[in-house]
Design a protein. Structure first.
Lengths: 261, 256
């Protein structure tokens, strides 16, 4: 693992003004994302983890503190990254292939190479033969795969994923998690992965940041030392169980999880 | 198929009942002509009616085109510029509480005689739904989509062209479909107030001399114009945005 930090988050706080008063989403959060690392940010709903994605992407400004990507202060929307949201946000009038190529089209003219690369990505995520389908002809899982391909087509050094599998059924979720593991091993992209699934976080990550309930702070940083590539069986590994147990304990300590008698 | 057949059968039954009742009760023709009488007027006066139909159709189409040509850019401006929105949009909405038909005589009075003032009335009545629905359509875009577009380094122009405008099309068409029927109303109202040609003029002249058959013939033509224009817009919409129709069926049948 390289030792260079791709993303640096320093004492970042973020407040939101709402009709019900100010909401303190993040409170003085600091962490780094190492180059090539898969980092999960795990926390209960409303702990500001999605806000972190927006801050790193430069789509939102912090109320205090600073974010830097590749050594440069983030003060505008970042373009050297890919984003996957919980909803696939595909354009209904474009085919799967054209939705992937939107990324290239918005940046300039689409080249033959990009065309080939888009097909290759779709193929690699099990969407071979579906290139010409429209979003409404695809299942939820397939749509999210298209969204993932769109985020990777320009080979970004950084991939931000905001609960990307949150709206999918359990089986589809497992499949996409496995696909992501393979895809990432191939590309070596740095990933910041937002989730509220403990197993998902442990399965995919090199490190897991556990956040407290609102206002979000970093509670624990967990190094996940499990061999890669990870396969489904890793979930039965006693070390895997130990990691999830530790995270569960943190959530219980904060009252996010309660074991009632 | 029966979904299309059922209303046609109902219509046929109503027309037959109309004919039978008028005949059985000996309703005077100047009060309510029988359907066969209306068709006779239509056939007998077809040359004269064709000319006036053309005049009214021309007014409708010009008013309708003007409503789109003004309504859509105005909506774009409202969405693009918050100061413009704050200063103009509330007034625009408030102005809709003034019944347009009530100011039609003034419009005619100001714009003079001829075809243009009728076009103006048709436009004035038709353009508001275009503005409202276009604004709603341009705004309805998912915020995540805009975030993505910005992360792709796209400028506002490109975002508008490739994302905002196409995704607003279903909503724009909803407004345009209302507008096309309102344009028919506008043109006829304009002709009622002052005209020497057009179907509204024919209708007024005919009823003034108790030629009710001819009046009904004019109404029938106006109804046909309204239906044909509406269907034409609908077909154009389906051709331009097939994905929207597909999504609607999907939502309706709940296969999401």
């Amino acid at each position: 693992m390289a030792r260079v930090n791709l993303v640096e988050v320093r004492d970042v706080s973020r407040r939101f003004r709402t009709p019900q008063g100010d909401v303190h989403a993040l409170d003085s959060v600091s962490f780094d994302v190492r180059e090539g690392e898969f980092l999960s940010i795990l926390g209960p709903s409303g702990c500001g983890k999605s806000t972190l994605v927006m801050l790193i992407a430069g789509l939102l400004a912090p109320s205090a503190g600073a974010v830097a990507v590749a050594g440069t202060l983030v003060d505008r929307p970042q373009t050297r990254l890919g984003i996957v949201f919980q909803s696939p946000v595909l354009l209904a009038w474009r085919t799967a292939l054209d939705n992937v190529l939107l990324q290239c089209e918005m940046r300039g003219r689409v080249t033959e190479t990009q065309h080939a690369r888009a097909r290759e990505l779709l193929d690699g995520t099990g969407l071979g033969g579906f290139e010409a389908r429209y979003p409404h002809e695809l299942s939820g899982g397939m749509r999210q795969r298209v969204s993932l391909c769109r985020a990777l087509i320009h080979d970004p050094p950084l991939l931000l994923m905001d609960e990307p599998f949150g709206a999918l059924d359990a089986l589809t979720r497992d499949q996409l998690t496995l696909d992501l593991e393979v895809l990432r091993a191939r590309s070596g992209t740095t990933v910041v992965f937002i989730t509220h699934s403990i197993t998902e976080a442990v399965f995919l990550s090199d490190r897991v940041l556990v956040m407290t309930p609102r206002p979000g702070r970093i509670d624990t940083v967990l190094e996940v030392d499990l061999p890669r590539p990870r396969r489904l069986a890793v979930r039965e590994d006693p070390r895997f169980a130990a990691y999830t147990r530790r995270i569960n304990d943190r959530f219980m300590a904060h009252g996010v999880l309660k074991e009632r008698a | 198929m029966s979904r299309r057949l059922a209303p046609l059968l109902t219509l046929a039954a109503l027309i037959i009942a109309w004919e039978v009742v008028v005949d059985a009760l000996r309703v005077p023709e100047y009060l309510l002509p029988a359907p066969t009488g209306i068709v006779a007027a239509l056939v007998g006066e077809w040359r004269m009616l064709a000319f006036h139909t053309w005049v009214t159709l021309y007014e409708i189409l010009c008013g309708f085109a003007l409503a789109i040509a003004v309504g859509v850019p105005l909506a774009m401006l409202i969405v693009a510029s918050p100061p413009f929105e704050r200063s103009v949009y509330p007034l625009l909405v408030a102005s809709q509480s003034v019944p347009k038909i009530a100011i039609a005589p003034l419009l005619i009075f100001w714009a003079g005689i001829g075809i243009f003032p009728k076009i103006l009335v048709a436009f004035a009545i038709a353009f508001f739904p275009v503005v409202i629905d276009t604004v709603a359509g341009l705004r309805s875009i998912e915020p995540e989509m805009l975030h993505l577009a910005r992360s792709m380094g796209a400028g506002e122009g490109k975002i508008f062209l490739k994302i905002r405008f196409p995704s607003a099309l279903p909503s724009i068409f909803a407004g345009v479909k209302v507008a096309v029927t309102l344009a028919v109303v506008g043109a006829v109202v304009g002709e009622f107030i002052q005209a020497d040609q057009g179907l509204g003029y024919v209708l007024q002249q005919a009823t003034a001399v108790l030629n009710t058959r001819l009046g009904f013939a004019a109404i029938l033509i106006l109804a046909l114009i309204g239906i044909v224009l509406f269907v034409a817009v609908e077909l154009f919409e389906r051709w331009l945005t097939p994905w929207s129709a597909a999504r609607r069926t999907e939502l309706a049948t709940g296969t999401l």
